[in-house]
Design a protein around this ligand. Structure first.
Ligand SMILES: [Cu+2]
Length: 119
């Protein structure tokens, strides 16, 4: 019986760092929301794929509203870096203008600056 109690005690001691670590990583999870320009489902795929850089856990863009949402690890990536990754794929965000070469490479149907309606 005594051995059993000791075992519980040891397991508890071993678990403490793990619990502390789990709590710490929970705290570093952040969400952000901003607008990204684009028009269609192809844009959606491109934007979400571009946003999934290291530290980004979830990225979602709504092509009817232009609202982009992400869940990311604050200790691994910043919101600004997510903006930049999307802009580098040719899509302007409300803080970072699109990389013009990447914009020029977009398919015609995705050229949101050239009067293309959302579709
Ligand atoms: Cu598109």
């Amino acid at each position: 019986m005594k051995t059993y109690k000791n075992l519980i005690y040891i397991l508890f001691l071993v678990a403490i760092p793990f619990l502390a670590k789990a709590q710490k990583s929970d705290k570093s999870i952040a969400t952000c929301e901003f607008t990204v320009q684009g028009v269609c489902e192809m844009c959606k795929e491109r934007i979400e794929e571009a946003a999934l850089i290291k530290g980004v856990k979830m990225a979602e863009w709504d092509n009817s509203t232009g609202v982009f949402k992400a869940v990311y690890r604050e200790d691994k990536v910043t919101e600004k870096e997510i903006h930049e990754a999307i802009a580098m794929a040719g899509h302007a965000t409300d803080q970072v203008p699109a990389d013009s070469e990447a914009y020029d490479r977009l398919p015609k149907c995705c050229a949101y600056n050239d009067g293309i309606d959302k579709h």
